[in-house]
Design a protein around this ligand. Structure first.
Ligand SMILES: [Cu+2]
Length: 407
């Protein structure tokens, strides 16, 4: 009885297990195909519907579909397993050897190796082309170098170990003709596979340590351009220093009404501080981002500059970097006239987290000076009134009038 016959008719099941033959095998397959097709359609229709309604919630129908699909897969594997078992039994009855499972597994290992390598190559070419353009900041180039070095080293190790693993599995699969070599212990092998990875990892860690230290350990300097970035659900607030070049103090206890950043207006440096919608940075100048959060943890993330730093409530952080490529230059480099640098939030901070982004524009120094001259101060007339800062003279005159009336 041939294997093909079982697949077609399943008559043997009847012979050995006294069960009705799996004549409906093709029907089961057809049912499976229809089920998958309908399910996919249903899911697609649902996705469109949820996109329209934009209502959050668990998509139980979708979950149910995948649970059912999983069970169908399990049943299919069980059916195939049964068929193979029946085939093996039929071979035994006829005095034949049946399937050489060790050979099958060995060949599957080789197929897995080739498929895996093709997959890795695909990842590098297709997904790799979606990676970020060249770093647009000074330290970003160093981070990229480190990333590239690590990737090259780990790729070499990956290729060698995967080939050794699967080729050995194939080459030394079980055979009745040979016996396994017993190797209880070998000091040389132990030394090789301990010392080499230790040296490689130490080099990588030291390399990373110095790069990170250079990025993070930067004392405030006089010529730094200080910009405050404050995250809250769900936006970034940006504060620039006014003509005095110094940002005024902040105190979270002062956050109320129109003073949404809690700026301390007792500090004279606060008076001319500016607010901006866009983060505009002059090229080749050191920028110090002072990072704050008002509710939950957010994260300042500017991938084109290789910048990321958490914004933690109650714990001001900062990140210093120097942009090196203007937006215009980058547009030409990536051949996209609409390209913009972006500032994202990189902590899932709530339902509208995805919307927490701001355009970052890197411009020449001249353009920056022109732009900053047009920005409006945080201290709006409304805030002045609210804080009773309107004018000390006015307050005095009111008191004087009262005094006059009382007298
Ligand atoms: Cu956020």
């Amino acid at each position: 009885m041939a294997f093909k016959q079982i697949i077609n008719g399943g008559a043997l099941l009847n012979t050995f297990e006294n069960k009705p033959p799996v004549k409906n095998y093709k029907k089961v397959l057809a049912f499976l195909a229809v089920f998958m097709l309908l399910g996919t359609n249903l899911l697609m229709a649902q996705t469109t519907a949820t996109a329209d309604a934009a209502k959050p919630g668990v998509d139980w129908l979708g979950v149910g579909y995948y649970v059912l699909l999983f069970f169908l897969l399990v049943v299919s594997v069980a059916v195939i397993g049964k068929i193979l078992k029946v085939y093996e039994l039929s071979q035994q009855i006829q005095g034949k050897k049946g399937i050489h499972w060790n050979n099958v597994m060995g060949i599957i290992c080789l197929v897995f190796l080739v498929a895996g390598m093709v997959g890795a190559y695909w990842e590098f070419t297709v997904q790799g082309s979606m990676s970020l353009p060249e770093a647009a900041s000074k330290h970003g180039v160093k981070i990229d170098d480190m990333f590239l070095t690590t990737t090259i080293i780990t790729m070499i190790v990956f290729v060698i170990t995967q080939i050794l693993l699967f080729v050995f599995l194939f080459r030394y699969r079980h055979s009745d003709k040979r016996r396994a070599y017993f190797l209880p212990h070998n000091n040389t092998i132990e030394k090789v596979w301990t010392i080499i990875p230790a040296i490689v990892l130490t080099v990588l860690v030291i390399f990373g340590f110095f790069t990170w230290q250079e990025v993070e350990n930067s004392a405030p300097a006089k010529n730094d351009i200080n910009i405050d970035v404050t995250g809250h659900q769900f936006a970034w607030e940006i504060r620039y220093a006014g003509p005095d070049g110094v940002l005024g103090k902040k105190d979270f206890r002062l956050t109320a009404g129109a003073n949404k950043l809690g700026i301390d207006y007792k500090d004279k440096n606060s008076m001319d501080d500016l607010q901006a919608d866009t983060l505009v940075l002059p090229v080749n100048k050191t920028i110090r981002l002072n990072i704050f959060a008002q509710d939950v943890i957010h994260s300042v993330y500017m991938p084109h500059f290789r910048v990321q730093q958490n914004a933690v409530p109650g714990l001001p952080t900062f990140f210093k970097f120097t942009p090196t490529i203007t937006t215009e230059e980058m547009r030409r480099k990536v051949e996209d006239p609409k390209f913009e640098y972006l500032l994202y939030c990189n902590k899932i901070c709530g339902s509208t987290h995805y919307n927490m982004q701001k355009v970052v524009r890197v411009v020449t120094e001249g353009e920056y000076n022109q732009w900053i001259a047009k920005q409006k101060p945080y201290l709006t007339p409304a805030l002045r009134t609210e804080l009773k800062l309107a004018s000390a003279d006015q307050n005095k005159s009111i008191t004087n009038n009262r005094l006059a009336l009382n007298n």
